[in-house]
Write a protein that binds this ligand. Sequence first.
Ligand code: AMP
Length: 115
Amino acid sequence: MADRSENCIFCRIIRGEIPATMVATNDHVVAFRDLDPKAPVHVLVVPREHIASLDDSPDRAVLGAVLALATEVAQMEGLADGYRVVINTGPDGGQTVDHLHAHVLGGRHMAWPPG
Ligand code: AMP
């Protein structure tokens, strides 16, 4: 069976095959700017391991690493007045890239409920 990460766009960014503006990296997670930002700050936090979604049974250490880097990014980006962390999951959740990722959105007031 072909490696399912072979053509995954986020795996390709992690491997350096597609350019992205990196914001932070560590051994487990990378953070880069969204290509189509929905807020003044819009950063994606992505585990290096190819995990399709929250429904793909990510282990707790991976989830913890994603959220920990998300809060670090928010601090680095100066989002002292608050921010939103979103993990879209599946078609109804609005997930369009099948590699688990958290959006860190900030720099403007966020409406609630989301659309
Ligand atoms: P989601 O809809 O939650 O799956 O989010 C996928 C996000 O990936 C969207 O906000 C896209 O704008 C973003 N995206 C897609 N391709 C790239 C890319 N090559 N570099 C950075 N962000 C991307």
